[in-house]
Every structure is written in structure tokens, then in C-alpha cells.
Write a protein that binds this ligand. Structure first.
Ligand code: BGC
Length: 750
């Protein structure tokens, strides 16, 4: 912020490499990019196309249902768009890729890929370099497998702890999520291929995702979910934006002129193309004129809207020739800017899986969060001669999340359970990666007697725990795209198992392999708790490194852990009861199953922009574990802080490693205007790795749009001048280092 706010509404502000720079308000919102040159080149190519050639680029095949529709090879995956060979327009193949090159239900037999930990685990690293390395790795594998466009960059904010796709997203805070998504996307695209960013916007729950209407007021949307997209697009320059299934304030996302044209293309100056989610198109002229550029997975829509129907609407003048040219030009701009137009991923290449596994392991090690460690139970005392691992299939592997992001990982799937019902049944299976915590622990601690019991019988598990010096009990929560968890409790009597083990063995460690937060009724009785998320194909090894202390735990929660189901804005998925009733009726009346479809229903995001930790502050609720929380085996102190106000809000301070071993800390800056009841917001963070006794002077500079509010009357961002509260903090609820400073009034373009 700072100097650049001086000119009030005459200035546009963006962040480049941590520094704010000012540009005239008339400039496009995204920083100057090669997109301008790419667009000019794209337009020249489009000028040479026939109308049919243009239209053919505006709808893509869904390979599993498109046999015979192209003369080119269809690789089983998410998407395929033939090129125009006479003009050099390449054939484009699309794959899902949030956590690795996906291969749902092993549609490509035997084709494995490296599986990162869940995106939420990556977010917990608070380290854009980890996100970038993961994206770079996935992009390299994708290119080597002949994929040109990756359906990655999921950045929907986590509004509900039970959302089935929480593991695919980057948490509840727009600055953290946007920063990490931007880094991931830039990493993918460093391979000369395209990454999307998705799902634009407010696909915040899976229950009824194809029909629900997400409702929120404009300013709140700009300051929450849209801000995450805006930051990620600035930092990552994704070639494409995928619009979501749901409606937003009445209009389907993929025909929402406000989102696609007013916000994305006008306010943010986005030059790439908007592709639909698979089966998310509902109209021809309305969608095209609202800003949808390409229909994806056409076989999943009720008809192929952007083929013959678009041709008819073009002929009838319902869609203009200029708009069709713009749609194609945007598609080619995205391909050219990413580099794939000139170098498509046409040839299969060997993949260095061993090196890539290390990327997955580093991400898991950086994202695992030590939630609790009373009495220094961890790292595992050398004195422990007998350790028992209990439950969670820790003998064979670690859990992963289900849906389109599912990776068939290197090493295969030691456990794979098909689903028998529900919206995910056709494309998801409960899948474990072959990374056994038991094997990894035995390798890390030779000479220690390490055994495993499956936990099915709590009495036997308690007996095994009693007979050992230390017990590590693994709990799992599987979630999937297309369905929400009904709640966020651990199921299958796992709470009782943990309680029984802890009652038998005072030195008990609970390891949670979950999509997101879970309730922990046993917390007071368990001295150590490790949040492992879905830790990916090297999860077992990463856990062993953290538990034994070879690696210092440095993850921080990117999402609040509620203390009770009543604390979050919605205790359970909206519409789930109705859906269950309809499913039961359909099962009882299969001949008429179509009669029992879920009708559109509203989801009111009453928390507005006060998502996650801000909601807790607003409602005065004490979470179980706060956003930003995470322990280390060493300790840190912040000293000599200097707070700067005026046009820039920043805090400069020394971070000291006051402990006895190397570790990484994540100092966080929260701000709020004095005299308002606005909760404090994360305005900056940094990850700092220090040796024992080492210190580093760090400056955290507030992201200007986090300090500002969105003013729809302006329209734009407005920093109210006056007094601000500033917390230099270890987590969202930490108020131990509180300052006040004064900021000048300023405005910024939307
Ligand atoms: C998901 C997208 C995914 C697409 C293609 C959809 O169901 O919402 O995230 O990219 O399928 O597989």
C-alpha cells in the first residue's frame, strides 16, 4: 500500500513481488503481461478462420462418452478439443490435476502419477514456494503424459467445515488462498501448458451443487471469494477460468454476466478464456453474451449448446460475430500466452518419479500441523522401546480424497473401495496411497519394536496400547467431490477408539487423516494431536519424519477447527435432508426416479465476507484450534517491532528462534479499523526458517485490499482514513502484540 494510495481514486494498486506499485486507473486490472501480444497474435489467426472452424473450438468433448467423434486419439480424461491443422491451432487435451495428474477409477489402466498431499495441506505450509513446486511437478507430469490444459487452481473459500471438497481448496482466507493458488498455477504453467483457476464462483458446498443458488451481497463477495480469485489471477495468470455449477445471486455461474464480464473481464482485465465446468451450461445466447467462451465436456450438458445451437443464434443475430471472434480469440490467447500453442504436449516423455516423490514428501512435511503437544510427548522419546500404531490402515497406506482430483499414485492403491450409492458413486472410490506409516516408522526407528493393530476392537486396541510405551492412533475421515460430509465428526466409532486408547496409555498421539476440521471430544485426554490432512503418496514417510523429529512441524491451520457443530454459520449442508428424502423415494420407486430430482434452493451466505476465523471473532466463539495455529519443536519470539502507518501499513520486527533446533515460523499480521465491529483480517504472512539462536528482520506489508472495504457505490476499494488495530500474531486469536496506527484515506479501482 503506501505511497500508491496517495493519489486516491486516480491510482490503481497491484502487488508485484511483495511491493506495491501504482498504475493509472484506466489500465487493465491485471499487471502488464504478455497477454496483449498474445491477443494480437490470436486475433490475426482468428481472422483467417472460417465460421465453422471458429465454432468447433468453442465446445470440447468428454472422452469417456465421445468415442467416434474425432479422428484423433482420445486419451481417457476430462477433455479434448481438436485443433485446426491448416492454421497451426493445436489439438488440446485436458486433465484434472488439483493434486497430481488425475486418473479417476483408473480409466487409464496402469497409468500412475505423483500424488501431492491435499491442497489444504499445501495451504497449511503458508509457503508459496511449496505450492509452486507442487504445481511445477504436476505440470511436468501432465506435459509428459500429453496433457495441455490442467483443470487445477481450485480456490473456493472454505465456508463450511463439512464441504466435501475442502481438501481440494486452500482454506478460508482470501489472501492465503489467493497467494497459494497463484503460486500453484504459475508452477503448472512454467511447463508451457495452461492451468485453470476454478470454480468461479461460490461453489462452496457440494450438496445440490448443480441446482443451488448461492446468495451473498456484492461487497461481501468482492471481499471474500472474489478477492481470492483476483489475487490468484494476478499472481498466476491462469490461461483459463472455469465457471461453477451453481447459481450466484440468481444467475447460473456460467451465464452470469456480472461475474464473467463485469468483474472478471472488465474490472480485472482478464484476457484468457472462460470454460464451463463439466455439465454447467444451460443456455446459448445468454451464456455466450454473459461471457462464457467455451463449453466443456459437451456430452454432460443436456445438448451441445455451443455447436449447432450457437451457429443458429449467430445466424439469427442473437450472438454477434464479434462476440464469437472474441470467444475464439480468448481461447487462443490463453494457449499462446502459456506457450503451448507453439509447443503442444504432443509426445509422451519419461517421468522422474523418484524426484517428484520428494516434492510430494516436502509438501506433506511442510503442511502437517502439530495441534497439541503436552509434556513434549513428541518428538518420540528415545526411551520408547515399544510403540503401537492403531487404526486408519496405517499398516498399508494413507487416505486420499475422492472425485475428479483422484490420482492413481505411484505404488498403486492398497485399499480401494467402490461406492454403492450417492452422487459420487460413478467416479469416486475410497482410495489409499501405498505409503505405510508403519513401514516408514520402522525404517525411521530401527531397534524399536513397532507393531500395528487395526483398531476394530477398542478393547484389544487399549490392551495393545497399555502393553506399549507409546500409542499412535490414526483416525480417518473420507470425503469426496459431489457430496458433503453430513457433519464434521469422526465416524465409525473412532472417537470411542481414541478415548479407549488414551485411557489405557497416557502417552497417546492422535494422527488425523481428514479432509478438514473434525470435532475432538477426547481432546483433553490425549496429550498430542497431529493434523496430517490427506498427506499424499509420501504421507507415511512425512508423518514418520515429523513424529520422530527428523523434521520440525511447521504447518499452520489454513482453516478454523470448531469446538462445536453449532459454531460455524451452518451446522450441516443446506438441502441435505431434502436430498436424502428424495434419494429414498427414488430408491423405492426406481421406474420414476427422475421425478425425484432436487429443485433449486437458496444458500444464504449470511456470514458475508466474515468467513472462517472472522466469523468466530464476530460471534465471540472460541474455536477448538484457531486459524493460523500450529506448534513446533522449537520456539520463536518477535522483538523490536516498528509499525508504519500513513499510506502503507507494515510491521517490521525480528523473528528469533529461541529454541534448540532449526524450525520454521509463520508470523501473521491481522488488521481492523478501530471503532468498528469488523473482525480482524489476515493482511500479510511470511514463512521464516531459522537455525537455533538465529534471528531475521522481517517486514510484513498489508495487502491493501484486505485493509480496505469494497464500496459498491464507488465502485472500488476504499480505505477509510483513521485509526487501525494491528496484531502481530501467531494465530488468528493471538492479541499479545497489539498496536495502533493511522492510515490515510484512499481508494483503489475495483
Ligand atoms: C468438477 C471440476 C472438474 C471437472 C472435470 C467437475 O465435476 O467440478 O472440478 O475439473 O468435473 O472433471
Amino acid at each position: 500500500m503506501g505511497r500508491l494510495l496517495a493519489g486516491m481514486s486516480l491510482l490503481a494498486v497491484t502487488q508485484v513481488a511483495g511491493f506495491a506499485v501504482a498504475r493509472p486507473a484506466a489500465a487493465p486490472a491485471s499487471p502488464a503481461t504478455p497477454d496483449t501480444a498474445a491477443r494480437a497474435r490470436a486475433a490475426a489467426i482468428v481472422a483467417r478462420m472460417t465460421s465453422d472452424e471458429k465454432l468447433a473450438l468453442l465446445h470440447g468433448l468428454f472422452p469417456p462418452m465421445a468415442a467416434g467423434k474425432t479422428a484423433n486419439e482420445l486419451i481417457p480424461s476430462a477433455g479434448h478439443i481438436d485443433g485446426v491443422p491448416r492454421l497451426g491451432v493445436p489439438l488440446v487435451r485436458e486433465s484434472d490435476a488439483s493434486l497430481g495428474v488425475a486418473n479417476q477409477i483408473e480409466q487409464r489402466k496402469g497409468d500412475v502419477a505423483t500424488a501431492l498431499p491435499s491442497s489444504l495441506a499445501t495451504a497449511a505450509s503458508f509457503d508459496p514456494a511449496i505450492a509452486h513446486a507442487g504445481g511445477t511437478m504436476i505440470g511436468a507430469e501432465a506435459r509428459a503424459k500429453r496433457f495441455d490444459v490442467l483443470l487445477a487452481g481450485g480456490v473456493n473459500l472454505t465456508r463450511d467445515p463439512w464441504n466435501g471438497r475442502n481438501f481440494e481448496y486452500l482454506g478460508e482466507d482470501p489472501l492465503l488462498a489467493g497467494t497459494m493458488a497463484g503460486a500453484h498455477i504459475a508452477g503448472v504453467q512454467s511447463n508451457g501448458i495452461v492451468s485453470t483457476i476454478k470454480h468461479f464462483a461460490l461453489n462452496a458446498q457440494e450438496t445440490g451443487r448443480m441446482v443451488l443458488d448461492a446468495r451473498i451481497d456484492e461487497a461481501a463477495l468482492r471481499m471474500s471469494d472474489l478477492l481470492a480469485f483476483e489475487i490468484a489471477i494476478e499472481k498466476g495468470h491462469p490461461g483459463s477460468v472455469m465457471c461453477a455449477y451453481n447459481r450466484v445471486n440468481g444467475d447460473w455461474s456460467c451465464e452470469n454476466a456480472h461475474l464473467l464480464t463485469d468483474v472478471l473481464k472488465h474490472d480485472w482485465g482478464y484476457q484468457g478464456w472462460v470454460m464451463s465446468d463439466w455439465g454447467a451450461v444451460h443456455s446459448v445466447a445468454k451464456a455466450a453474451n454473459a461471457g462464457l467462451d467455451q463449453e466443456s465436456g459437451q456430452e454432460l450438458d443436456s445438448r451441445t449448446f455451443f455447436a449447432e445451437p450457437l451457429k443458429a443464434d449467430l445466424a439469427a443475430g442473437r450472438v454477434s460475430g464479434a462476440r464469437v471472434d472474441d470467444m475464439v480469440t480468448r481461447y487462443l490467447t490463453g494457449l499462446i500466452a502459456a506457450g503451448l500453442y507453439d509447443r503442444p504436449a504432443a509426445t509422451a516423455q519419461p517421468i522422474p518419479y523418484a524426484t517428484h516423490a520428494d516434492v510430494a514428501q516436502r509438501a506433506a512435511e511442510a503442511g502437517i500441523v502439530l495441534l497439541k503437544n503436552d509434556g513434549g510427548v513428541l518428538p518420540l522419546a528415545r526411551a520408547a522401546k515399544r510403540i503401537v500404531l492403531i487404526g486408519g490402515h496405517a499398516d498399508v497406506g494413507v487416505l486420499s480424497g475422492g472425485g475428479s482430483s483422484q490420482v492413481r499414485s505411484v505404488g498403486g492403491a492398497p485399499i480401494e473401495v467402490p461406492l454403492t450409492s450417492g452422487a459420487a458413486a460413478s467416479f469416486a472410490r475410497v482410495t489409499y496411497h501405498a505409503s505405510s506409516p508403519l513401514r516408514a516408522m520402522r525404517a525411521a526407528l530401527p531397534g524399536v519394536d513397532i507393531s500395528y493393530v487395526d483398531g476394530a476392537d477398542p478393547v484389544a486396541a487399549a490392551a495393545a496400547a497399555r502393553a506399549a510405551d507409546l500409542a499412535i492412533v490414526f483416525a480417518t475421515q473420507w470425503t469426496t467431490e459431489a457430496e458433503d460430509a453430513p457433519d464434521f465428526a469422526l465416524h465409525d466409532r473412532q472417537d470411542a477408539l481414541i478415548a479407549a486408547v488414551a485411557a489405557a496409555q497416557p502417552r497417546t498421539v492422535a494422527v488425523l487423516e481428514t479432509s478438514g476440521p473434525v470435532l475432538m471430544p477426547w481432546l483433553a485426554r490425549v496429550p498430542a494431536v497431529v493434523q496430517a490432512w490427506y498427506p499424499g503418496q509420501r504421507g507415511g514417510e512425512a508423518l514418520a519424519a515429523i513424529l520422530t523429529g527428523r523434521v520440525d512441524p511447521s504447518g499452520r491451520l489454513p482453516i478454523t477447527f470448531p469446538a462445536a457443530a453449532s459454531q460455524p454459520p451452518r451446522a450441516a449442508p443446506v438441502g441435505l435432508d431434502t436430498l436424502r428424502t428424495l434419494e429414498a423415494r427414488a430408491a423405492a420407486d426406481p421406474a420414476n426416479a427422475a421425478k425425484y430430482e432436487l429443485a433449486s434452493f437458496p444458500v444464504d451466505y449470511r456470514e458475508g465476507a466474515d468467513v472462517g476465523y472472522r466469523w468466530y471473532e464476530k460471534t465471540g466463539a472460541q474455536p477448538l484450534f484457531a486459524f493460523g495455529h500450529g506448534l513446533s519443536y522449537t520456539s520463536f519470539a518477535y522483538r523490536h517491532p516498528v509499525v508504519t502507518g500513513g499510506r502503507t501499513l507494515s510491521v517490521t520486527f525480528d523473528v528469533f528462534n529461541t529454541g534448540r533446533r532449526e524450525g520454521a515460523d509463520v508470523p501473521q499480521l491481522y488488521v481492523a479499523r478501530e471503532g468498528t465491529n469488523t473482525p480482524m483480517r489476515l493482511a500479510a504472512f511470511s514463512r521464516v526458517t531459522l537455525k537455533p539462536g538465529e534471528s531475521r528482520r522481517v517486514t510484513l506489508t498489508a495487502e491493501p485490499r484486505v485493509v480496505a472495504d469494497f464500496d459498491t457505490a464507488l465502485p472500488g476499494w476504499r480505505v477509510a482514513g483513521g485509526s487501525y488495530r494491528v496484531a502481530l500474531a501467531r494465530e488468528a486469536t493471538d492479541r499479545s502484540m497489539l498496536f495502533t496506527t493511522t492510515l490515510s484515506a484512499a481508494t483503489m479501482k475495483p
